[in-house]
Write a new protein. Structure first.
Length: 141
């Protein structure tokens, strides 16, 4: 079973994400954190997610700061972390790439878009492709 951690402060986003996972033909367990609080490292260590989806715009530490914090821990250097944000701002995308996010997804408006993005992520062989090899293929559409 694949374990996914969604870090997002919006409970509606969690519900949409969970509903979209129900359409994906893979056995997935979803865990949730509503932000980048101090216990996020503990959550990651305890649950050992296979993939983390991280929102950028959150109160307190934003997702990019949280990405930096996780990447600073040697245990999480190779953990797939996908920035999952409504922001299409090129500065956010570049900063995510430069701080070793694996990929970047601009949150789709349509429910089918969320399903499609999840299917694309879940078919990646993370042992061969731990992150985008250039910024040109960093954004999953």
């Amino acid at each position: 079973m694949l374990t996914i951690l969604l870090v997002d402060d919006d409970p509606e986003e969690y519900e949409l994400f969970q509903a979209a996972l129900n359409y994906v033909k893979q056995d997935v367990r979803l865990i949730h954190s509503d932000g980048c609080q101090d216990d996020l490292h503990d959550i990651v260590k305890r649950h050992r997610p296979d993939i983390v989806f991280m929102d950028i715009n959150m109160p307190g530490l934003n997702g990019i700061d949280c990405l930096k914090s996780l990447r600073a821990d040697k245990d999480f250097k190779s953990l797939p972390i996908i920035m999952y944000s409504t922001s299409s701002n090129s500065l956010n995308i570049r900063e995510s790439y430069e701080n070793d996010a694996s990929f970047y997804i601009i949150k789709p408006v349509a429910f089918s878009g969320i399903i499609n993005a999840l299917e694309q992520v879940l078919k990646i062989d993370w042992s061969l492709e731990p992150k985008a090899n250039s910024i040109t293929n960093f954004v999953i559409a």
